[in-house]
Design a protein around this ligand. Structure first.
Ligand code: PMP
Length: 445
């Protein structure tokens, strides 16, 4: 191993004394000798406290669509600070940004801003409950929709037996009120019969169907157009609001997000991440008749909504994404990268498939791409889990968990990321195979 994490480890031993797990988000803790602390990031690159340089494919879980510290966005943000921050009053720029979003996303008839994806989804669910008068909601198995209690539930696929009953539903955290379990139903992606059955039995209680058509927290597993059409028809039939969570796909997979890509319109949709290139801002948008409930019975707001810095950054980011060919460039880079990785895997005779969209693809070690989270069990994710740390050693940063897609930015195509990533990928695969063979040999002795 050539990479040293001496300073990061030293810092961890200090940080743990004041910060639970030594970090400010549980996902950032990778183990006491593996947690990375950032010195700085620029473009496609990130440097840790030890000076290790990484080509980053996490990009903060998606936000840095133009690359880290994009000078155009940062200049707009600095200008935004001159406006003064937050005032407990509105500014003109909110309308300008809402207009931009409306023109890019036809479903976004009205828009409300917040600071994070969590807040946007939380409000979307509240709004759907208020509009339909029904308190329960459906989540797609494998979906992640933020850190609020209504969605902090998961379908336990790891302990589920294929062909058996539906997976058990468990709380994703202690402290989530057990009573909320009764409000939460799960359905596997791309199974309209399952959804229909659920709605037939419980439709009178269900007000919202929450879906990421490209599952940004589950290998980028993708809904078929037919499934989306069926789901939409079922939602209409059973008086259920279809909430499309575009926190990861929005302003990334197309200017109009996954809705443009797949040719449909949500009742409500949520955005964050790419819309501000990393500055904290999110949006809830949707049908006028539903959105008008905000202020007419439904509460929404917050001290920090539409901070002038985040607003200015988002306005500039969306202008760039809307008026230039940036998203096509990102897509081209993702295609080249996945094609190169595919060639390498072919040479090693390893079965694989890529899922999702080139700008946020999932790599799956099985030749058949999964249609839902249940299928994910068929992949050799142990191989992925063994490969990811090898890539980190070689300066390629992907999520250690195979369910997180690889995120591209505009900056990756502007430097030598492609060649360096492919070279490292070939080496990481070779090392992982060698280790696997060695383990198998010692196990058989
Ligand atoms: N929805 C989706 C689809 C997400 O991917 C995330 C975050 N990864 C969230 C909601 C929550 O967003 P945030 O972390 O900004 O609260």
């Amino acid at each position: 191993m050539s990479r040293k994490l001496t300073r990061s480890n030293q810092h961890f031993s200090q940080a743990i004394k004041r910060l639970p797990l030594g970090v400010s988000s549980n996902f950032r803790y990778w183990g006491k000798d593996k947690t990375i602390y950032v010195d700085r990031a620029q473009g496609s690159r990130l440097w840790d406290l030890d000076g290790n340089e990484y080509i980053d494919y996490r990009m903060g879980y998606g936000p840095a669509i133009l690359g880290y510290a994009d000078p155009r966005v940062d200049a707009a943000a600095a200008e935004g600070m001159k406006t003064g921050g937050v005032f407990a009053l509105a500014t003109e720029l909110e309308y300008t940004l809402a207009q931009r979003i409306s023109s890019m996303v036809p479903a976004a008839e009205l828009v409300r801003f917040s600071n994070s994806g969590t807040e946007a989804v939380m409000t979307a669910l509240r709004l759907a409950r208020a509009y339909t008068g029904k308190d329960s909601h459906i989540i797609v198995e494998g979906g992640y929709h933020g850190l609020h209690d209504q969605v902090l539930w998961y379908a336990d696929i790891k302990n589920w037996k294929p062909g058996g009953e539906d997976p058990a539903i468990r709380a994703d955290s202690e402290g989530v009120p057990e009573v909320l379990n009764r409000l939460t139903y799960f359905t596997p992606l791309n199974d309209a019969n399952h959804l229909e059955d659920l709605l037939r039995r419980h439709g009178a209680k269900i007000g919202a169907f929450l879906i990421e058509p490209i599952m940004g927290n589950c290998c980028s597993i993708t809904a078929t157009r037919q499934y989306l059409r069926d789901a939409q028809a079922l939602c209409e039939k059973y008086d259920v609001i279809m909430i499309v969570d575009e926190v990861k796909t929005g302003f990334r997979v197309a200017k109009g997000g996954v809705q443009e890509l797949m040719g449909f319109k949500a009742d409500l949709c949520t955005f964050a991440k790419a819309m501000g290139n990393g500055y904290p801002i999110s949006a809830l948008a949707g049908r006028t008749d539903i959105m008008r409930k905000i202020g007419d019975g439904v509460a929404h707001g917050g001290t920090y909504t539409c901070h002038s810095v985040a607003l200015a950054a988002a306005n500039r980011t969306l202008q760039i994404l809307d008026e230039t060919e940036t998203l096509q460039q990102i897509e081209r880079y993702g295609r080249k990268l996945s094609a190169g990785m595919g060639e390498i895997l072919d040479n090693f005779d390893i079965p694989y498939s890529f899922t999702g969209h080139p700008s946020m693809f999932g790599l799956f070690f099985n030749e058949r791409a999964p249609g839902n989270y249940r299928d994910w069990k068929t992949a050799d994710y142990a191989f992925y889990n063994a490969m990811a740390p090898e890539l980190h050693e070689l300066g390629i940063l992907c999520e250690p968990d195979s369910r997180e897609p690889w995120f591209m930015s505009a900056a990756h195509g502007r430097d030598d990321s492609l060649e360096r990533t492919l070279e490292a990928f070939a080496r990481a695969i070779a090392t992982t195979l060698r280790r696997k063979d060695r383990k198998a040999a010692s196990g058989s002795r």
